[in-house]
Write a protein that binds this ligand. Structure first.
Ligand SMILES: Cc1cc2nc3c(=O)[nH]c(=O)nc-3n(C[C@H](O)[C@H](O)[C@H](O)COP(=O)(O)OP(=O)(O)OC[C@H]3O[C@@H](n4cnc5c(N)ncnc54)[C@H](O)[C@@H]3O)c2cc1C
Length: 267
């Protein structure tokens, strides 16, 4: 409830310095000792990590040999003794968003903080990450629309060879292609959202939305920068900021290569 009212900031902490894509190899352990777990390990690249009041942390509650079967999820409040945070990491873009390291040094966590059953964390993540991937797809589709809109505005007013840049056939074809592709992305994302509402979206459809629309966004933003000429490389122009901010979409939420792995398993 506190998340809904904005009173609590939370984070989802899966990635570790030694493993990201291969989540079943996490090394952060939670060992049961009486009525509480003792958590040791660290996480990296955690969105909201610096500001979080609590985090949902992926931990290993059994032997590493069990792989995914010994991964569990646990809510860990930030004020627990032994839970510390690194400084926000210096990212290429998205500088307004905090991304940081979290450290767990013999953190005592009550048994009740286990989210779901022991060993079911990996399955829960695989199911629920579909929604995170949809959020990324939505952001990418709308960011692409924004990139195009700001570029249309720019090329109409920028003059070259005595006419607006928008008047060149190359510009018009670029805009036509981008608008078509962005509309196609939007229709697919909207369709996925209809399925989300009916609770019928498959994980692989969400993977497809995430990888395809984030790839499209990178492609669109790059072309929009080109249409801006040198101004497109200056941070005072929104398109330059979009260029550095949008890149991470192909990496987080599971890399686009991992999305294709997951899709291929369903074929
Ligand atoms: C801005 C930002 C915010 C983030 N927020 C969070 C967060 O809130 N919580 C969280 O837990 N994590 C977060 N992450 C971490 C992100 O999810 C990981 O960086 C990502 O999953 C990749 O893991 P990795 O960095 O360990 O790369 P690696 O797994 O080391 O991958 C390196 C390269 O190898 C490729 N690769 C790996 N395995 C395969 C394979 N089987 N087949 C083909 N290619 C493969 C990858 O696609 C990639 O290109 C965030 C990252 C960033 C940049």
């Amino acid at each position: 409830p506190k998340m809904a009212t904005g009173e609590a900031v939370t984070a989802v902490a899966m990635t570790e310095p030694g493993t990201g894509s291969d989540l079943q190899r996490i090394k952060t352990t939670a060992t049961l000792e009486g009525d509480h777990y003792v958590v040791n390990g660290s996480k990296i690249f955690i969105t909201n990590g610096y500001l979080c009041d609590m985090a949902v942390v992926a931990v290993r509650t059994g032997s590493a040999e069990l792989g995914a079967q010994s991964v569990s999820l646990m809510i860990i409040e930030a004020d627990r003794e032994g839970f510390s945070k690194g400084r926000p990491l210096k990212k290429v873009g998205m500088r307004g968003q905090d991304t940081c390291e979290l450290f767990f040094d013999n953190v005592k966590v009550p048994k009740e903080n286990l989210l779901g059953a022991e060993g079911m964390g990996f399955i829960a993540l695989m199911k629920e990450l579909a929604w995170e991937r949809m959020m990324i797809a939505i952001i990418c589709a709308s960011s692409a629309e924004y990139a195009l809109a700001t570029t249309v505005e720019y090329v109409k007013q920028r003059q070259a060879f005595g006419k607006p840049v928008a008047a060149f056939q190359n510009t018009r074809f670029e805009l036509a292609e981008m608008r078509s592709e962005i509309q196609i992305a939007r229709v697919y994302v909207d369709r996925c959202m209809e399925l989300v509402v009916r609770n019928a979206l498959s994980p692989e459809a969400a993977c497809a939305a995430k990888y395809w629309v984030s790839d499209l966004l990178s492609n669109v933003v790059d072309r929009c920068v080109q249409l801006h000429g040198g101004y497109g490389y200056m941070l005072e122009y929104p398109i330059a900021r979009a260029y550095i901010d949008t890149r991470a979409n192909r990496i987080y939420g599971g890399t686009n290569e991992i999305m294709k792995e997951l899709i291929s398993r369903s074929i």
